[in-house]
Design a protein around this ligand. Structure first.
Ligand code: NOJ
Length: 563
């Protein structure tokens, strides 16, 4: 294996919503530190901590004003040191988020640019263009609306996301040097890895040509330019100077895993999030096709894939896979453009969400099916060769919160779409830890209400409620992670498909392990499959030996599979 991350299970901590140590209603780094034992007990290898840098929080911290400090609401630099020490003492590695495509509009550089004249060196750190009353080109922001904003002096600046997130000019050597320095700052502090936000966006095409809207297919012209790779080759050299080895993971929302694989070629990053897998619809043959393509694309560059089923930008897996879930409506993030696998219709856009709460009218049955499938997806993703990511709360089976009050919504997607697109807040609702009513132990007693309201009926989903329940989602995750650790056969690169009925996906790993997934609505008999051992773990109760119920995955472990 090339790096520790190749087969690691990495838990995504969305800091604002994980645990609130000081009772102000917002999760913080001290909250993360205080819950490390929960993560050790869960059985993950590493955590990725989303941005905690000083920020006006227009985009949940992805709008940074100072890349070398901590937002006072979220903690202190000393607190990062303490978190690293305590995590490392428990054998957990820590990945931090770096946001190089854009800064906050409150960043000192952008303030200087605004008070400097057109054509100045201060403006050259960003993408400014002279223009008339029309923007320099037709580019649309990923969050909806034009990607350009005009200043009173006539200059336009580019923002692929919100206007409060001006894009940096990566042709400018000062920008490049600054980020090398920022990387070193965090690496020197002892972080084990870096997640690169919008890794495919830094370099814009020469001449900033118009995009071929409307009816576009494929990636937008401002993404995945060849020039980005030189940046990552430089960053690789920076990382390689550190011991023990550090890793980088790319957030590049591209429609093809083959393009994504180019970010993890030798001399570039270590991992890239597998969005095609995340967007795969609930179909054994479609999932198998994505798995095959992922393995092939990554093998061609000497890597193993990542397996991602959720993050803070996507509809929660337990709701995304619900029976009869309507085609997810774009939340203003332009699914085909922002990167959507052609076969992933319905669940592909960043921040897609059902258009109204009424779409959930299918009610409890749909929710139960969604949860059942989410449990099966968890077992599948933890059985595949490579590294798996777990988004906080998915280990509790949290559903998407679709009925947040309008006044509570904070995602810029919601504001920029004039309320037509609900945005991503529904997957960011603070974690329930204990108790029967909000804030469910998210903060200490007497805390301010959480920054997003939690639903009234989440008590049964809390960590405390699930802890001792062998049938809970949390218990399933714990059991799977324990078994994964103990099972040598799960740590090699090998996967062999077994012949299986159409609604079934089945494979073995190295000697002694098999995983079978039934995405159909009827049970399947397993006798024609050559399984290496007894059923050891299943995502739903298996009542009849040799029969796998609908919407269920199971692991079969033989004597030769153990370490
Ligand atoms: C991807 C992040 O995951 C998302 O939350 C953010 O809004 C965009 N990048 C812009 O930084």
């Amino acid at each position: 294996m090339a790096s520790w991350a190749d087969d690691a299970v990495i838990y995504q901590v969305y800091v604002r919503s994980f645990a609130d140590s000081d009772g102000d209603g917002t999760g913080d780094l001290e909250g993360v530190r205080s819950r490390l034992d929960y993560l050790v007990d869960l059985g993950v290898d590493a955590i990725w901590v989303t941005p905690f840098f000083p920020s006006p929080m227009v985009d949940g911290g992805y709008d940074v004003t100072d890349y070398r400090d901590v937002d006072p609401q979220l903690g202190t630099l000393a607190g990062v040191g303490a978190l690293l020490r305590d995590a490392h003492a428990r054998g957990l590695r820590v990945i931090v988020d770096v946001v190089p495509n854009h800064t906050s509009d409150q960043h000192p550089w952008f303030r200087q640019a605004l008070s400097a004249p057109p054509g100045s060196a201060a403006r050259d750190r960003y993408v400014f263009r002279a223009g008339g009353t029309e923007p320099p080109n037709n580019w649309l922001s990923v969050f909806g609306g034009p990607a350009w904003t005009r200043l009173p002096d006539g200059d336009w600046y580019l923002h692929l996301f919100a206007p409060e997130q001006p894009d940096l000019n990566w042709e400018n050597p000062e920008v490049r040097a600054e980020f090398v320095d920022i990387l070193r700052f965090w690496l020197d502090l002892g972080v084990d890895g870096i997640r690169v936000d919008v890794a495919h966006g830094l370099v814009k095409p020469p001449g900033l040509p118009d995009a071929p809207y409307p009816g576009e297919r494929g990636n937008r012209p401002y993404f995945d330019q060849e020039g980005v790779h030189a940046i990552y080759r430089e960053w690789r050299r920076v990382l390689d100077a550190y011991q023990p080895p550090r890793i980088m993971v790319a957030e590049a929302r591209l429609r093809d895993i083959e393009r994504t694989a180019r970010y993890v070629r030798p001399g570039e990053l270590d991992q890239a999030f597998n969005f095609e897998f995340l967007w795969a619809p609930w179909s054994a043959s479609r999932i198998r096709a994505v798995v095959e393509r992922s393995l092939a694309a990554m093998a061609a560059v000497g890597r193993l894939p990542t397996w991602v089923i959720g993050n803070h930008d996507e509809v929660r897996v337990a709701s995304r896979l619900a029976a009869g879930a309507p085609a997810a409506t774009a939340a203003g993030l332009a699914p085909t453009a922002a990167g959507c696998a052609p076969h992933a219709a319905g669940a592909c856009a960043m921040a897609t969400e059902w258009s109204t709460g009424d779409d959930l009218a299918a009610g409890a049955k749909a929710a139960a099916t969604g949860l059942r499938r989410a449990r099966a997806m968890a077992l599948l993703s933890l059985a595949l060769p490579g590294s798996a990511y777990i988004y906080q709360g998915d280990e509790l089976g949290l559903p998407q919160v679709t009925d947040l009050p309008d006044a509570a919504r904070q995602d810029p997607v919601w504001r920029r779409s004039g309320g037509r697109a609900p945005g991503r807040d529904g997957c960011r609702v603070p974690m329930p830890w204990a108790g029967q009513e909000p804030p469910y132990g998210f903060g200490p007693p007497g805390s301010a209400p959480p920054w997003l309201p939690q639903p009234p009926l989440w008590g049964h989903l809390s960590v405390a409620a699930q802890h001792g329940d062998p049938g809970s989602v949390l218990s399933l995750y714990r059991a799977a992670l324990r078994l994964r650790r103990e099972t040598k056969a799960l740590h090699g690169p090998q996967l062999t498909w077994l012949n299986a009925p159409e609604q079934v996906l089945a494979f073995t790993r190295e000697a002694g392990f098999a995983c079978v997934l039934n995405t159909g609505s009827t049970a399947v008999r397993l006798e024609q499959l050559d399984l290496p051992g007894p059923l050891t773990l299943a995502s739903s109760p298996v009542e009849q030996e040799g029969v796998l119920p609908p919407d269920t995955a199971a692991w079969f472990v033989g004597g030769t599979a153990a370490q």
